[in-house]
Design a protein around this ligand. Structure first.
Ligand SMILES: [Ca+2]
Ligand SMILES: [Ca+2]
Length: 248
């Protein structure tokens, strides 16, 4: 009976100990330059490379202007439909494999993470060119203080078949609970080109959002329940914890 309340009480104590201002904001996108909009992207889809701001890149990974594309490529009309802004991410010219990564430090949330009270949602637009198989995957890699991998969320690849063999960006997302011990999250885009010249693995509008578990309405209910508990401890048996769940 009392054991069931321990996670609830722990959660409330954690909240009361949490500073008013946190470096890591919950319910907000934690990725820097998540849609290549900080950049002036490459002006062509043949040779130019612009390494996107805030990302560590390998090979010719690049930000590209939608305006650089003609009717068959990603272009301003497609951007207008998907809300892509001025630029997108691409694998780049003359490379079968390129990548971009950045690290998000969440060590200020260590108490909540270790108690299993944080969920993570990774999302983004992924796509490619026409009937080509070039494809992007995006991963959120949860690391502990020793930089060991604890768990991974992955979105993609979006295949040519998924795109009906047209040039397109499609929304994808993955959800999970932050593993206990998580201190940083590496966001990694990996662009693969099976054949041809330009690596047309595309991505835009990435997001990594952490949310508190239980959800806000459950928390209000729990707070009210525990307040009553303080007044009438004899009614402990009536308190039930709503099962924690990740947000959709
Ligand atoms: Ca963009
Ligand atoms: Ca290609």
């Amino acid at each position: 009976m009392y054991a069931k309340l321990i996670p609830v009480i722990s959660y409330l104590l954690l909240l009361s100990a949490t500073p008013a201002v946190q470096a890591t904001v919950l319910s907000a996108n934690l990725i820097v330059n998540p849609g290549a909009e900080t950049d002036v992207g490459a002006p062509d889809t043949t040779t130019s490379v612009v390494a996107p701001f805030g990302w560590t890149t390998t090979s010719n990974f690049t930000a590209v202007q939608y305006a650089a594309g003609g009717a068959a490529d990603l272009n301003p009309a497609i951007s207008a439909v998907v809300g892509g802004g001025n630029n997108y991410f691409a694998g780049g010219p003359d490379t079968p494999l390129s990548s971009a990564s950045q690290r998000i430090n969440i060590s200020d949330l260590s108490s909540q993470a270790d108690a299993g009270f944080l969920s993570a949602r990774l999302s983004g637009l992924l796509g490619g060119f026409g009937g080509q198989s070039d494809n992007m995957i995006v991963q959120a890699m949860f690391k502990n203080a020793s930089n060991n991998l604890l768990d991974t969320l992955t979105i993609g690849p979006v295949t040519a078949s998924d795109r009906d063999f047209t040039t397109a960006l499609l929304p994808r997302q993955a959800n999970g609970v932050l593993p206990a011990g998580t201190r940083s999250i590496d966001i990694v885009m990996t662009a693969t080109r099976p054949a041809g010249n330009y690596n047309d693995a595309y991505a835009d509008n990435l997001a990594l959002v952490l949310n508190a578990i239980p959800e806000a309405d459950t928390f209000v209910w729990l707070t009210a329940g525990l307040a009553a508990l303080g007044l009438t401890s004899g009614r402990l048996h009536r308190i039930r914890r709503k099962p924690a769940k990740a947000k959709a």
